[in-house]
Design a protein around this ligand. Structure first.
Ligand SMILES: [Zn+2]
Length: 156
């Protein structure tokens, strides 16, 4: 029996999913594919400057697994840059995760990006009576569909 693959958590979807080098005819163009987990590992480590333990935790993987994903991602990207290959970002086994906070006092809900601290107050009524609701959407291999979050919450 093959163990089902665990979902990796992704905090931010790629804004651009294809990069093409200038001046190379299509017939000669080679392409590498980064999956979304590999993309996310570069974003967390090299753009957000998180340490590997924190980044691994955010992606729901062990630190050695994170390290392996990151190494693959860097090798592929380096290959593309040095050899003039196109980069496509697609595929993988992952879920989008957002940090959503809810105010108990006024019912206000708001979203924050990963890497920012936990807020103290509700931005609307300044109440400190707030809690976090994790929500996810299914987003696999480029097809997108919505799912209920851990606490049964739904978002679009
Ligand atoms: Zn409030």
């Amino acid at each position: 029996m093959v163990r089902p693959k665990k979902y990796r958590f992704i905090g931010k979807k790629p804004q651009v999913d294809f990069f093409k080098p200038r001046g190379i005819p299509l017939s000669q163009l080679e392409e590498i594919t980064l999956n979304v987990e590999e993309y996310e590992s570069i974003r967390l480590k090299d753009v957000e400057n998180l340490d590997q333990n924190k980044a691994a935790e955010l992606m729901n993987v062990s630190q050695p697994t994170f390290s392996r994903i990151l190494e693959n991602a860097r090798k592929k990207t380096a290959d593309a840059i040095v050899h003039g290959k196109a980069i496509r970002i697609q595929g993988g086994v992952f879920r989008m995760v957002k940090r959503i906070f809810q105010c108990i006092s006024c019912g206000n809900e708001w979203e924050l990006l990963f890497g920012t601290g936990r807020p103290r107050n509700c931005p609307e009524c300044k109440s400190t009576n707030i809690h976090r609701t994790n929500a996810m959407t299914g987003f696999r291999g480029g097809r997108r569909h919505h799912r209920n979050g851990r606490h049964g919450r739904r978002w679009d």
